[in-house]
Design a protein around this ligand. Structure first.
Ligand SMILES: Cc1ncc(COP(=O)(O)O)c(C=O)c1O
Length: 398
């Protein structure tokens, strides 16, 4: 039986007489989220990335938030982009993908998605990209593979669809849709905003190329989270300051940086889910230690939602390795065809700025101002002078 009182005690907003049914407004935040925001704002209002102690400590807290999100969806931290909302993240993604698309390329959007996963893509139509609409089946209230089939063709580059409809509640077989899109040589962008509050997300098992959700609908702070496969994030065009190198993933997709105190609050979501798991499944031995498959230890009718930790009580210590999702082993016909249209991006990218030696934002700004005045990049490579190009190569170790 689900322990309602145990769960309720984690949410300060549920201690008065109000029941908050404003679903679109998100879930009430966890007490742990509120505490972490307060703690961060009380102590760590500093610039990240410097060498002094406070800056390093603050950066570690923000990094912990990114790691928590990565673990939540079974990804790596550098595959997690944090932004103010899912809507903002998808806009950034569509701008970053734009240089990959040529005239006549096609993007599939649905008529069952939230505007977030439609509008940003429809805007590409102005750039001679053709938008195809995948309409849901009005009888079954779902997006079907039969409905997708006639839309897939040699020019299909991207299929955007929702994992769970926020209108009718249908949960789609995202893995099957992604598989079909990949066979057709297309990438996928999956909206998991309405799915993530109810089910565990595993981007690797799905083999999703891009997957987004909103932590504020999963008991967290008002943020958006976008997963992207590392290879793709590296190839897409950065959307941050021009001096952020193209190799800096994921920060090149986080214009102006993340909201520090909100990012630092993200581990509380994981704490809560692990606490729920502990509460309800503590009796189940770790499948690896016991040598069993794990399923036999569950009582009938219950479904384990979250992998238990094997040994450590630290959230960042990682889940039981035996319960990690299997890596996709699908062979690579679709991979080959996909790379055929993503490969060109490097050639078309502007020269990356490599300023790893810069100590501070002020130093960068002063150097930038000097560079722009003189028309020479002073060793970052964009002005094309031989000395600068060689210096850039030397600095980046190429
Ligand atoms: C299914 C779905 N996708 C996307 C969004 C947009 O999310 P955000 O508010 O983080 O931009 C919402 C918001 O309600 C949603 O329900």
């Amino acid at each position: 039986m689900f322990d309602v009182e145990f769960a309720r005690a984690h949410f300060p907003a549920l201690t008065d007489d109000w029941a908050l049914f404003d679903n679109a407004g998100g879930t009430p935040p966890l007490g742990g989220v509120i505490d972490r925001i307060r703690d961060y704002a009380s102590r760590w209002q500093v610039q990240l990335g410097a060498t002094y102690q406070h800056s390093a400590a603050a950066a570690a807290l923000v990094a912990e938030g990114r790691r928590a999100m990565a673990r939540l969806v079974n990804a790596e931290p550098d595959e997690i982009v944090l932004g103010p909302s899912s809507t903002a993240n998808v806009r950034v993604l569509s701008r970053a993908l734009r240089p990959l698309l040529s005239t006549g390329d096609e993007v599939v959007v649905t008529n069952l998605d939230h505007e977030t996963n439609i509008g940003a893509w429809r805007e590409l139509e102005n750039e001679s990209v053709r938008i195809r609409e995948w309409r849901f089946d009005p009888e079954r209230l779902e997006l079907t593979l039969e409905g997708l089939e006639p839309l897939l063709g040699a020019r299909t580059r991207l299929v955007c669809f929702t994992h769970c409809s926020n209108i009718v509640g249908t949960i789609h077989d995202a893995a099957a849709i992604i598989r079909r899109a990949h066979e057709a040589g297309a990438l996928t962008c999956v909206d998991g905003v309405a799915y993530a509050p109810h089910r565990r997300v595993d981007v690797k098992a799905l083999d999703a190329d891009f997957y987004f959700l909103s932590p504020y609908k999963v008991y967290g702070p008002h943020l958006g989270m976008l997963y992207g496969k590392r290879r793709l994030l590296r190839e897409l065009r950065g959307q941050n300051h021009f001096f952020i190198p193209e190799g800096e993933v994921p920060s090149k997709f986080e214009p102006g940086g993340v909201v520090h105190e909100l990012a630092a609050a993200l581990p509380a979501i994981l704490d809560y889910l692990l606490a729920l798991d502990e509460r309800h499944f503590a009796a189940a031995p770790c499948p690896k230690r016991s040598g069993s498959s794990g399923s036999s230890t569950r009582s009938p009718g219950t479904r384990r939602r979250w992998p238990r930790r094997c040994s450590s009580s630290s959230v960042s210590a990682g889940a039981c390795a035996s319960s990690a999702a299997p890596r996709p082993t699908r062979p690579s016909a679709h991979r080959r065809s996909r790379s055929s249209w993503t490969d060109g991006i490097r050639a078309r990218s502007p020269r990356a700025w490599t300023r790893r030696g810069s100590r501070s934002a002020t130093a960068i700004s002063m150097r930038t101002a000097r560079s722009l005045r003189s028309g020479c990049c002073r060793g970052t490579g964009w002005c094309g002078r031989a000395w600068c190009t060689t210096t850039r190569r030397r600095r980046s170790g190429a």
